[in-house]
Design a protein around this ligand. Sequence first.
Ligand SMILES: NC(=O)c1ccc[n+]([C@@H]2O[C@H](COP(=O)([O-])OP(=O)(O)OC[C@H]3O[C@@H](n4cnc5c(N)ncnc54)[C@H](OP(=O)(O)O)[C@@H]3O)[C@@H](O)[C@H]2O)c1
Length: 259
Amino acid sequence: MALPAGLSIFDLTGRVALVTGGSRGIGWEAARALAGAGASVALVGRDPATLGARVDELAAEGHSAAYFAADLSDPKVAASVAAACEDRYGHIDILFNNAGINHRRPLQEFELEDFERVIATNLTSCFALSKAVAKGMAARGFGRIVSTSSIMSVTARPTIVAYIAAKGGLSAMTRALATELGPSGITVNAIAPGYIATEMTLPLQQNAEFDAMMGQRTPLRRWGKPEEMAGAIVYLASDAAAYLTGQTIVIDGGLTIAI
Ligand SMILES: NC(=O)c1ccc[n+]([C@@H]2O[C@H](COP(=O)([O-])OP(=O)(O)OC[C@H]3O[C@@H](n4cnc5c(N)ncnc54)[C@H](OP(=O)(O)O)[C@@H]3O)[C@@H](O)[C@H]2O)c1
């Protein structure tokens, strides 16, 4: 189903998108939007039941969708996830590196294993997946790699040291890969959401003090919705963003420009 003529620069018909963390939250809304723009989408997450239900939902809307259940806290699975998607669809045009976790503890209670698990899931898996898909993208001279960084890539709060290190690394890696893959026709960008109402931020949504601070400090006076990230992801995946690479686009209701 092609987009109307005026929107054809956003048309993803014939493209294949691999979406990690595609079972809920930002990843799910992005997958729906990518499918709505014409892409076939492959969802990755750990829970096959949720992923299967999401694929059914997309299929019922007339889209082509598949899922691959995998635990990306082991970045070694990335190569087999990419290979399975290439087997299913023949190629991968768009990688949305979005799966992520957080772990909140003061530094002296923050165990090394937890630090490493967050880095592996939020950063190392993005390296491994980008490496795995870039080969085929370079061979075809076209690719779009988009990652979900965070405003925590340029700001900070106590108790989430691994998350901040991972997201800072992800935005830096976005620049690194953009320089390396640009000559092969691959753009590499990221989005940096502010505070978005998803399962990940439930503890903060339920914290009255934090919720009030958010409302007062954010110029748009509310939490973001996961579907409000989707337009930027479709844009970055499309021909409309053909000359944009190495960037992290902040989508935070204005939170980080307000003092
Ligand atoms: N919400 C925010 O305010 C916010 C702000 C900035 C950035 N972000 C980033 O946005 C991304 C999506 O977050 P969200 O808010 O949409 O959170 P979410 O609702 O908790 O979704 C996280 C997704 O990642 C998947 N996932 C988690 N660990 C995984 C693993 N080891 N292997 C494979 N899949 C895994 C989850 O599926 P399973 O649990 O079934 O595996 C789920 O699909 C994350 O990278 C997050 O850091 C979020």
